[in-house]
Design a protein around this ligand. Sequence first.
Ligand code: GLA
Length: 390
Amino acid sequence: MTLFEELTKDFIEIFDKGKETRIFFAPGRINLIGEHTDYNGGYVFPCALSFGTYAVARKREDKKVKVYSKNFKDLGILTFTLEELKYEKGHDWANYPKGVMKVFKDHGYLLENGLEVLFFGNIPNGAGLSSSASIELVTSVLLKGLFNLDVDMISMVKMCQKAENQFIGVNCGIMDQFAIGMGKKEKAILLDCTTLAYKYSDLVLKDASIIIANTNKRRGLADSKYNERRKECDRALFQLQKELEINALGELTEEEFEKNKHLITNEIDRRRAKHAVYENRRTLKAVDALERGDIKEFGKLMKASHKSLKEDYEVTGKELDTLVKLAWEQEGTIGSRMTGAGFGGCTVNIVNNQKVDEFIENVGKKYKEIIGYGASFYIASIGDGARELK
Ligand code: GLA
């Protein structure tokens, strides 16, 4: 049985036979470089993965929305109505699709009927691969599909970010939603997070693979620490603005930063800003190296990115640092760094094809010895963005 058939069968078991269903998908994402730059008006370089969130859906005659997730079977079917879309703690994961419906409605998109939706995600939860943006985008493409909405992907990306910021209360940037909405097979996206200008870059690595390594550390407190970093950067920007005419840290070159960093009085804020400025420039250098076919240089910049996230931005922690350190000790490692918000979650590694098995075995074994529990490894395949599956 294909996954498609299996999910349709599950849908009928959970709801009932009734009318025909349609199936939608949105991927997860990894970011290759450009971390904590999106909300600082900088560049990011993410790509969409081939695993993600599936949604089998159909319209109802009334205004009720009934949702079920195979990943949270204990919670059963959760029910709400399109007339009252408000955050409810007990609705747990379902607040994500609910938030998206609310933002669509607020933007004037007509959702005339209720829905039945079965969700299933194969992104490891809490791994920093954006399972939340994935469920937001899959909800968007299903609303567009079922209600024939005249809405483009970038508008949906923005509405999903809004749902996350305002409905869920996580003050994230635009990177995750953009990568998941606009991803393309075997391409990474260089995105200017201020203007949303973007370009695709080929990600066909001849002799190397991208390996995702999951620390398996739950990202506790990640949201509050994330919001704290944002505040630190805002404070640094505010002080720089006393002398400089800038709207975001991403506008500065390294030299401009060095010349003006004395304006930032707090030492911690100064280091946060330094990361934002340098990481942003590093991202452009990395894309340039990749396009020149200089994968080694790309790897070096990944190394520098991790160091900066560890020492200046302080969002790594023992588990991520251990995985990255062990990766670099392996022969055949071209690049390794944390990916996503940090505080646990995953690393992204570029490894010579011939050394992949050895990498997984050795890094896995040593990580377990040091940390006390195992890491998980996935060979990333870079896929297309959110869409209906036919
Ligand atoms: C999370 C956020 C993104 C971005 C990254 C860090 O994934 O959702 O907007 O800020 O962290 O680069």
